[in-house]
Design a protein around this ligand. Structure first.
Ligand SMILES: *Cc1c(COP(=O)(O)O)cnc(C)c1O
Length: 495
């Protein structure tokens, strides 16, 4: 039996135990409990031996896929290798045993790390100041928009409720604007994948709070008219928000602050060495230009004249408080250590090699996969499905789709790229190799992608039934997303 074929509940055998406790010691305690505190129904826990539990969970853990097990070219997510030394530093007892309510004079080193990390992020991005408090990328977006709203309101400019978002934007952008109580207005992209500046002009007026962008944009293309866009938006009184979740390729090359952006967030868990994917803790620091400093959330670490550090807890003009304390310190620590480890002179290679890797894969596959936008890409690129999907062999409409390619990749031990995003194309496959992959790893991947394309041309039905050697084949993804069964239920354990 494979241990993951069954749920742990289904392995249960009545009366089987994984422990033994001295009965006498606990008898008295049980008697002392009043009836109202005792359960009336069986707890319904699985009855299994210790070795059953160990094998079950060890096998489940081995079904997991991560950057540490294989190539993970998930576009828009920057799944790069996170050096283990940063994990070790984050696990040092001196940091781990800290309490967030400790008086500032007992945590000077920690406050200094926060302060210096803010300074490093400001230098990397060209922003004037940072807050480390937001706990994820989307949380950073919300924080940034709260700052934007606070800025307009502090000037008595209450009409500005509209946020312009390009049609290629990451889904969190319009979602964050809506969560912040702002109205989303979409600006179209042109054929070449860049923002249509003429269309943007039509949308600008005194109700616009700002624009949310990322550059290079979601298609991995550099918005070459960014100067004009910044002038136009500032000219109408709006602010420019930069989604810096995918800052990786820009490191040491371009700075959002220099492009004219007023507010931005970073995803430390993408670019600065924190493992992610799977919903673990994240960190989305927000940077602002000088004139927005007073609207940053509290608490804030501040450096005093005598060189010591303190925490500012309240500030009337602040956009508010967005997290319990100063953010996810363990992640800040990893980022701090990663940045210092690479240093100014090496950080820029991360971005350059990430861009080189992406262009290498793109150019090596564009004769098999449709490349809707052929220009040089920045760290990720999008194919629009296969050139020859095998429809001629299988009959009209039965060709291999992007989903089939993604499923077949699993057979070869790769995590699938991002698929069906961005929404601009019907069969999007978004690939981001990052800088940490070797030429050999990328060549192997290219060979497999070419093999899959060849299979599609001659035998598309083989792709349609993939994966052939994964533990789970093709779950019903709609039902799995809409009606997930998250809790085991049988007659004995209803409750
Ligand atoms: C990942 C990502 C986000 C969201 O980050 P989370 O930490 O998952 O909330 C926002 N924008 C872009 C462009 C991203 O790639």
């Amino acid at each position: 039996m494979r241990y993951y074929d069954k749920l742990i509940f289904e392995c249960s055998k009545k009366g089987r135990r994984g422990y033994s406790l001295p009965v006498r010691k606990y008898e008295r305690t049980l008697k002392e409990l009043t009836a109202s505190l005792c359960r009336t129904l069986a707890l319904g826990l699985p009855e299994v031996s210790e070795v059953d539990v160990v094998r079950h969970y060890t096998n489940l853990s081995q079904m997991n896929f991560g950057v540490d097990t294989g190539f993970y070219p998930l576009g828009s997510c920057t799944m790069k290798y996170n050096p283990k030394i940063n994990e070790e530093i984050a696990a040092m007892p001196g940091f781990q045993a800290l309490h967030p309510l400790q008086p500032a004079e007992t945590v000077q080193g920690t406050l200094r790390i926060c302060y210096e990390l803010e300074q490093s992020l400001a230098a990397i991005t060209g922003m004037a100041h940072f807050t480390l408090n937001p706990c994820a990328g989307a949380h950073g977006e919300l924080t940034g928009l709260m700052i934007m709203r606070q800025y307009h309101m502090s000037r008595g400019d209450f009409k500005r409720t509209k946020v312009i978002v390009p049609d290629s934007a990451h889904g969190t952008n319009p979602a964050s604007a809506a969560a912040c109580g702002l109205d989303v207005v979409v600006v179209k992209s042109k054929e070449n994948g860049l923002i249509d500046v003429e269309a943007l002009k039509q949308l600008l007026n005194d109700e616009v709070a700002g624009i949310m962008m990322t550059n290079p944009n979601t298609l991995g293309l550099f918005e070459s008219e960014i100067d004009a866009i910044a002038r136009l938006v500032h000219g109408c009184g709006g602010l420019l928000y930069y989604d810096g979740a995918n800052m990786n390729p820009l490191l040491g090359v371009v700075r959002p602050g220099d492009m004219g952006f007023d507010i931005m967030h970073l995803n430390l868990h993408k670019t600065f060495s924190t493992p992610h994917g799977g919903g673990g803790p994240g960190s989305g620091p927000v940077g602002v230009c000088e004139r927005l400093l007073k609207h940053l959330p509290t608490p804030r670490v501040e450096k005093l004249q005598d060189g010591t550090f303190t925490v500012l807890h309240e500030n009337e003009e602040s956009a508010g408080q967005v997290s319990a304390f100063n953010g996810h310190f363990g992640i800040l620590l990893r980022a701090y250590s990663y940045i210092l480890m690479l240093g100014k002179q090496n950080l820029k290679y991360a971005g350059r090699f990430a861009t080189l890797s992406a262009n290498y894969i793109k150019e090596s596959l564009k004769d098999c996969y449709k490349l809707p936008i052929p220009s040089i890409c920045k760290h990720e690129f999008v194919f629009d499905g296969l050139i020859d999907d095998g429809s001629k062999v299988a009959g009209e409409g039965n060709g291999a789709t992007t989903l089939d390619v993604a499923k077949r990749l699993l057979d070869f031990g790769y995590h699938a790229p991002t698929i069906y995003f961005p929404l601009l194309f019907h069969q999007s496959i978004m690939i981001e190799p990052t800088e940490t992959e070797s030429l050999e790893t990328m060549d192997d991947f290219i060979e497999v992608m070419r093999k899959i394309a060849a299979e599609a041309a001659t035998n598309p039905s083989y792709l349609k039934s993939a994966p052939h050697n994964a533990p789970i084949r093709r779950p019903d993804e709609t039902t799995a997303a809409r009606q997930p069964i998250l809790k085991y239920a049988d007659e004995a354990s209803v409750n």
